[in-house]
Design a protein around this ligand. Structure first.
Ligand SMILES: Nc1ncnc2c1ncn2[C@@H]1O[C@H](COP(=O)(O)OP(=O)(O)OP(=O)(O)O)[C@@H](O)[C@H]1O
Ligand SMILES: [Mg+2]
Length: 644
């Protein structure tokens, strides 16, 4: 209490005192910091070193009000800068640690400020020991990809508990849908989330896919960067070979439990049950259990894991993800049992599988120099012409000769004999030659009809529309953009629209502002279509906007696959698709406005018709029957003039 009541002057005096005492202590404290972790050096100031290396204890709770009061006081006194200084002081107090807490308050403070002083002054004492190339060399070693992603799990979408639950579900569901489609099976997916404790959940995803052969199960679930999709340019949800093993690693990290897999590849074959962990230092699977089990399902895979997470409803929830996944996958039957609340069941809207997306070779326009060098080194083609023809899409013998000529190279030359300077000439020649766009048939959009049907089933609105653009190309990769919207009805008015983003039929929930789809929507002028839009914002309207990009390779901004990179070609297509649905919405809104205006006019005129009848009766001396007839005729004429 005493300190809380201190005057501004008192605070200022305290700071000066602290600084001078800190000055005296500098030498000792610097040693503490510099020799941390160095055994020899630690001897010089052993006690101090161990104190410094210990984890910073949190400031005791009672410090918080003092800190706030001091900050308020300082803000009054000297504005923001002074307040920040007090906050910094308070932070330093925390550094003092448990010992300091027990000591008299002022002394603890002095210790703490002194401890941080060298960092503030930036002065380095002469005694500091530097690393040598040799000492660094002893510490340099390979980093396993699993260790890397364990430390950087935010890159994979495991940066907060709510997102972790969503990411783990998504990785398993994506794999199930991919596997079913690849095997030509209409997917039936069951997702169940059970709450084990407030912050712990048991996740189970079951599919009716082709199953996974026993020998591959450990690596698929217990090794990062292991998968079947990375080396193929084909439209699929998975690309990287990280997804499900990363989810398993997160489960292991947060609950210590292994990922559990049951898989069966067909009737007459046994089902296998595995419990797998990842040895993160080697990025290798550790199989804890491997046995045959009885499973009533003929083929398919069940993945179960216990993870730390938070279950929430509303935007960016697992619930949202499931509803949106069902919308983007009309050929899938989806069952979902959330930890609480209503279950979700959606029968497939079509029993026709999406056309099988074909794998393509890279297109020359998208190749990078380094990739071209390694392609020519590893090619099976005997001549430059043969290599270009074999390894790229849309390169005929004629096109290969044109590229060689533009590069000043002989098409008969051996690919491996080309110098790097020659490959660079070849690389620069590629854009000069006209090459057909990659085959668009490899892209399988959802289609206007099914988007429309899905929107109608999912949202209660007044107006729906959808549009699928013709295929386009970015960096040599073909892609298709589709958009759809639902407007009015029960959708919340006066709010910023809901933007539902999808890539290869997967809903994207996070990093909305970093996504090309958002950029496309923001740079579309929705006011042209009768909507309200502030500068740099999405329009405000009762509307859900659906946008899907399908491609053989979606350029995600990170491994967590949450946002699409803004290639100009992609932005252009997005805007064209949005303009198309926007125009249709605009026409609907104009029509609705005209109807409302006509209705208003009509009711206005209607109210005058009886008076006209009375006036005509008086002026022309009509009978009551004639008056009624006139009123009837006028009403009918007005009715006929109603807009359709
Ligand atoms: N339910 C499943 N049924 C059949 N095969 C599966 C299933 N789940 C995973 N796989 C196989 O395991 C591989 C690894 O899956 P993982 O999710 O780690 O990577 P991915 O799907 O290839 O790419 P991404 O990291 O982008 O998800 C897949 O490529 C697929 O071959
Ligand atoms: Mg995957």
């Amino acid at each position: 209490m005493g300190r809380k009541g201190k005057t501004a002057g008192g605070e200022a005096r305290r700071s000066t005192k602290v600084a001078s005492k800190a000055e005296k202590k500098k030498g000792k404290v610097v040693q503490m910091d510099l020799f941390r972790g160095d055994r020899k050096g630690a001897k010089a100031g052993k006690g101090a070193a161990s104190k410094a290396a210990a984890p910073k204890p949190e400031a005791p709770k009672t410090e918080a009000p003092k800190r706030r009061a001091a900050k308020r006081e300082a803000t009054k006194r000297g504005g923001r800068a002074a307040a920040l200084e007090v906050v910094a002081d308070a932070d330093l107090e925390a550094v003092a640690g448990a010992e300091a807490v027990a000591a008299p308050e002022a002394a603890a403070e002095l210790e703490a400020v002194a401890a941080a002083e060298p960092a503030r002054s930036g002065k380095v004492p002469a005694a500091r020991r530097r690393e040598t190339a040799e000492s660094l060399g002893k510490r340099q070693r390979e980093i396993s990809v699993a260790e890397f992603f364990q430390k950087n799990r935010h890159l994979l979408g495991f940066d907060n508990p709510a997102k972790a639950l969503l990411t783990a579900t998504k990785e398993a569901v994506d794999n199930s849908l991919d596997a079913c489609e690849e095997a030509g099976i209409l997917p039936e997916i069951t997702v169940a989330i059970e709450e084990l404790a407030e912050d712990r959940f048991r996740l189970s995803i079951t599919d009716n896919g082709p199953g996974i052969v026993r020998g591959q199960i450990p690596k698929v679930f217990g090794k990062l960067l292991y998968g079947s999709k990375f080396h193929i340019l084909r439209q699929s949800r998975g690309q990287q070979g990280i997804g499900i093993s990363a989810a398993g690693m997160y489960a292991q990290l947060t609950t210590g439990q292994p990922i559990r897999i049951t898989s069966r590849t067909g009737k007459g074959r046994p089902a296998h049950f595995f419990e797998i962990q990842i040895d993160t230092t080697r990025n290798e699977p550790k199989v804890l259990t491997d046995r045959e089990v009885q499973w009533d399902q003929e083929h398919g895979t069940r993945v179960e894991m216990d993870i730390a997470g938070t279950y929430k409803k509303g935007r960016r929830s697992v619930d949202d993800y499931i509803v949106q996944s069902a919308l983007a996958n009309p050929h899938a039957t989806v069952h979902y049992r959330p930890p609480k609340g209503d279950e979700f069941h959606r029968e497939r809207l079509t029993s026709e599988l999406p056309r099988e997306p074909l794998a393509i070779k890279p297109h020359p326009y998208g190749v990078e120099l380094g990739v071209l060098i390694s392609m020519l080194r590893d090619t099976k083609g005997r001549s430059l012409r043969g290599a270009l023809q074999q390894d790229f899409s849309r390169v005929s013998a004629k096109v290969a000769d044109e590229i060689s000529a533009a590069a000043g190279l002989n098409p008969e030359s051996k690919p491996r004999s080309l110098t790097s300077a020659q490959v660079e000439m070849l690389f620069r020649a590629i854009p000069k030659v006209k090459i057909m766009a990659p085959p668009a048939s490899t892209i399988v959009p959802i289609g206007e009809g099914l988007i429309l049907e899905g929107l109608k089933q999912t949202l209660k609105a007044d107006f729906y529309t959808s549009a699928t653009r013709p295929p386009a190309v970015y960096r040599g990769n073909p892609f298709v953009v589709e958009a759809g919207l639902a407007y009015g009805g029960e959708l919340p008015a006066e709010e910023i629209i809901d933007l539902w983003r999808f890539a290869n039929r997967v809903p994207l929930q996070y990093q909305q502002s970093a996504c090309a789809i958002t950029r496309g929507a923001l740079t579309t002028d929705w006011r042209n279509y009768g909507m309200q839009q502030s500068k740099g914002a999405l329009p405000a309207a009762p509307m859900v906007l659906f946008v899907h990009m399908a491609s053989v390779w979606v350029p995600f901004t990170s491994e967590s696959k949450e946002a699409i990179a803004s290639y100009p070609e992609i932005i252009k297509e997005l805007r064209l698709a949005l303009q198309e649905v926007g125009r249709r919405l605009g026409a609907y809104l104009r029509h609705r406005r005209r109807l409302a205006e006509a209705e208003q006019k009509r009711s206005y005129i209607t109210s005058y018709i009886p008076h006209i009848g009375i006036a005509l009766k008086e002026i022309l001396g009509l009978s009551k029957t004639e008056e009624d007839k006139i009123v009837k005729t006028l009403t009918e004429t007005l009715e006929k003039s109603r807009l359709p």
